[in-house]
Design a protein around this ligand. Structure first.
Ligand code: SF4
Ligand code: SF4
Length: 213
């Protein structure tokens, strides 16, 4: 969860090899790398600049330095923007399944054992994708600039969070799901740069999975 998350991301990209038992720090690293590969850190920068830091008031936050106590809980937690990013690239479910394997998550701290058994790993992206997060950040920046309403970005973040949770965890009524999807579409209609690149990404994915590819 962190405004400070992005500070570490550029340095966080070691190769993680398949193994069912991993250290807590490796698990945290996997999460940071996955978000970094989607460009989530760019979104944090805009969010923080608009007073949206999710680390506000945390005793582990050292001014100008960052988080002093990285934990599994804050890494696993997704704000509405990051949740939306993962949702659109089809990786939100995988993210949730991965973190469901990690015990001991608490608010701004963890009681996670130093060694954890992991069945499912987070994927490493086969292609560069951080431009998606970067585009979303640019759209948010534009939104903040063009709207006078204070807190618009934060309200949007909360609405996205709520609706994506409803879609993922709510009941299975197809009509309700269509309504929620429509709402998410309306909420994100200003994300023009993001949607443009997202469409390209999906086209590329479709080409790669086409039978004659
Ligand atoms: S709320 Fe989300 S975008 Fe904002 S700083 Fe926290 S993780 Fe980053
Ligand atoms: S422990 Fe505190 S400073 Fe560190 S990521 Fe979590 S909320 Fe932010």
């Amino acid at each position: 969860m962190p405004d400070t998350k992005y500070m570490d991301k550029s340095a966080a990209a070691p190769g993680i090899h398949s193994s069912s038992k991993v250290s807590k720090s490796a698990v945290i690293e996997m999460g940071l790398v996955a978000l970094s590969e989607l460009g989530a850190d760019h979104i944090c920068k805009v969010c923080i600049a608009n007073s949206g830091s999710c680390c506000n008031g945390c005793r582990h936050l050292l001014d100008g330095v960052g988080c002093q106590k990285r934990n599994t809980s804050c890494t696993a937690w997704l704000c509405g923007f990051h949740k939306y990013l993962l949702f659109e690239v089809g990786q939100l479910e995988e993210w949730n399944e991965f973190w469901n394997q990690v015990p001991g998550q608490d608010f701004r701290e963890d009681f996670t054992p130093e060694q954890i058994r992991i069945e499912k790993k987070l994927r490493r992206q086969q292609q560069t994708m951080d431009h998606l997060g970067e585009a979303l950040a640019a759209d948010l920046q534009e939104l903040a600039r063009s709207h006078i309403a204070i807190g618009l970005i934060l309200t949007l973040r909360e609405k996205l969070d709520k609706n994506i949770d409803l879609l993922m965890n709510g009941d299975n009524d197809p009509k309700k799901k269509v309504r929620i999807k429509r709402k998410i579409k309306v909420l994100t209609s200003d994300f023009q740069r993001f949607h443009y690149l997202l469409a390209k990404y999906h086209e590329q994915q479709a080409d790669e999975t086409a039978p004659n590819h």
